[in-house]
Design a protein around this ligand. Sequence first.
Ligand code: GAL
Ligand code: MG
Length: 1000
Amino acid sequence: MLIENFYENVDMLHVNMMPRRNYYIPFESAEAALTASRRSQSARFLDLNGQWQFSYYASILDVLDWTLEDLIATHKDSIAVPSTWQNSGYDQLNYTNVRYAIPFDPPFVPTDNPVGLYTRAFSVEEADLGLDFHLNFEGVDSAFYVWVNGQWVGYSQVSHSISEFDVTPYLQAGENQLSVLVLKWSDGTYFEDQDKFRTSGIFRDVYLLKRPKQHLFHYLVQQELTDDFSKASLDLDFLVMDPDVTVSAYKLYSPDGQLLEEGQDWSALTVENVALWTAETPELYTLVFQVGGEWFRERVGFRRFEFIENVLHLNGRPIKLYGVNQHDSRPRTGATVTIEEQIEDLRLMKEHHVNAIRTAHYPKAPEFYELCDQYGFYVMSEADVEEHGVVELYGRGWNANYNKLADDPRYIEVIKDRVAASIIPNQNFASIFMWSMGNEAGFGVTFEEGLKYAYKLDPIRPRHYEAFHYADPERDNDTTYLSCYSRMYPTLEETEELYLKHPEKPFVLCEYSHAMGNGPGDLRAYYELMQQYPTFMGGFVWEWCDHAIVLAEDENGKAQFGYGGDDGSRFNDGNFCVDGLVSPDRVPHQGLKEFQAIHRPIVIKAVDPEKGTVTLENKLFFAATGTRFKAKLELQENGKVVAEYALVLPDIPAKQTAELELPFTFNTAVLTHLNLHVALAENQSLLPAGTFVSSEQVLVFDHALVLPEVERAVNTADWQVEEFADRLEISKGNLVWTFDKTSGGFSDWSVDDQSQLESPMTWTVWRAPTDNDRRVRQAWQDAGFYQPLTKFYSCDWEQNGEDFVLHTHVGLTPIYREKVLDVQATWTLTAAGQIKVSSHMTRNPLHPFLPRVGLQLGLKKDLSQATYLGQGPWEAYQDKQEASYFGQFESPVADFYEHHIRPQESGSHVGAHQLILQNQVGQGLHIQSQEGFSFNASYYSLETLTETKHDHELVEADYLVLLLDAKQAGIGSNSCGPELAENYKLLDESFHLELTFNML
Ligand code: GAL
Ligand code: MG
């Protein structure tokens, strides 16, 4: 047999693997340790990434009877290391969420277990043969066997972990051969049921470290801060070290590169007036030190995280976590991500005021934590554990099955191993403030032991584990080592009742505001709760990025994205993987703009119009505003900006306010808003000067909006009416209106025989379901909200002075159900050629809440430029309009619709009072309303958006689709989170829509 079966044996997790140690790269000199910007610059680091020879076998049975030599001789292909098979054209991509991707039969895996054999050569110099060679794998999914020069070295598993092997005895001078057999499934698979595309292979870096025989192996950086945080002491704990090495010199450099101290006496290593590390001020000292023939480098961030009376503190001050959950996921390479890509993500996070990351649901490669130390993020680092699939089994049913593996003592070592793999390498990183034991794996003895072990490994950092929530209440559960309570997606009420009113432990939302598709719509509500309760640490939005695969590229090289099911897999979870704040290619969704707006660092605390002042508050926890920001103030009257002022910001210390004099006086008699736009005044690590920081608006004087009537020439011709069975034709000289009884609105409106409507006005209650509507969609469809029939009851008309007035009564009636909406509308056609509609719509209270209520119509496609007075410039819904504010905005119609991978309602603007759609020569439609409305303009019909499965399959309508809503339901985050809050549902008895249409 080629190999011994360790992969179906939970008592053999690693064979011949070196003990785990803290992550470091040894250097050859102090100089190299200090200046290397990449680890590959160390002369002791041998990069083994690159093209490897490769053979894929659909089943392990195809290799077991062969010798390694024979298998190597038949290699025909090659593959990049790191990469995944499935993103390199091998095997089958599969996206599953909760369900296991294999039959549940632990520790066994399918007989036909796909494997990949990798081989590469590397050379060793004769002169180096006296050194030790340690081979490192930073991530291999799911289990692997290693050979050097045909001799078997060892076995390891735990996909997201570092496995190190001492290959010294197998090496020879000159060329050497390294082979790795990777198995797709192993007993580890039962503990790695994370919601993601399931991929395989050597997906993280591989390298060799050259080390002197006698060396330091494992050390801990210990730091201590005095109670006033002015002074730090630093010590190294040499945990594993060969007896014959001596610790010699160290040098300590300040964050700005000054040599502070050098010497040999560790006990004297102290720093006065220490610059503290925070996410806002990621000050890192550099310690280089020599042990035996090697130099080491540690970047040290001096900081102290602690809970004081259940409140999370950093360096003595309470902080909040405004975080995201982040998977390693790229559309072309899957779980393989480059440093540059990681930096791109961190840059986007900084830009949008994210200060914390949960490494969902496994540890990152060590360089990621270095980046978090450097750029400043609070990291909850999670162990590579998820056993969610147990809830899909027969037995007690769904969540009652949760503890099946978690409370089985046979798996204690499995969990402890995974906890160790997550903690030991990463223990010296300043950014990690808490360890998470994993995700969705239930609770029981394995986690009690796991938590205890985590405490043993690191008594300083607290421990998180959300699935304690599923502990069996009948069992005597030990929470001694559980540092906080945590939940995902609870309602606000539950959160408050269970965890905040009478806090037993600190509380965190490890997941909230599920950002799938158009959403999330509830960020503000959770934010307010975080502010209200000091023991509420904050939370992590689910999730950072959409996961997707590239199905094809269009002629411009633009990717066409797909999701579960598009991969050809039999069991998959569709587009549930497309739930990020950024698209797969990192275009921020509008949900991220919402996050950015809510967590802005500078807010207007008050405006005092009498004194003529505005008070700004610095919401940062540590950093003074200093010279970081520049601001612009706009005075907005009646919705229009009338004056702009560059604002010189004083230096506002963290959490403090400053009162500024306004450079103008107000006109108290008009609707007045003050707008504040903030940008970076200077480069700030990842972000260049000029980067947008925030926009904010304050209502200063609340008067009625004054909407001027559009000046129109009065048409003096007589009114003419002709009634037909299906329509009514009304004309006045060159103006002709056709009221269509079947649609309940106007089907045409022509001026000088030029028809203006391309598709009739109809009443509608439908919106193309968003992902957050997925749980109500069926109820909406069952109630007949999609494509109901319009019933025409009556219409009568009168001439009223100069105007022609039409009273219509129609209803929206679904097949086999009672009426959804009753619409009584008064249409006034004026001598100036306008249509004014005033409608009273009554909802059937027996039906579910409505998605929207309003009119839809089709216009000429060339009305491609929009100007509107309403909530903008971003998409705005009742519960998703934090990034937007009231004002006048311009936009190409094409920019309104946000292209989500699965088409859905998107791009509406609530709070509108005026909308002008024009073509190149200024012709078009002008709509206004004193009462206000919500509009949506795009080139996609409701049917198209409802029924198309992928963005690239969208087919434009022949006309511009305009929706004018009296009201639209909120967005929420019910795709995974709580039901849409009652106040954002359309449960009103009746609705009113009032609009004036003018042709331009
Ligand atoms: C949570 C889980 C995440 C993800 C999310 C849904 O239950 O922890 O991994 O599956 O739901 O997108
Ligand atoms: Mg899960």
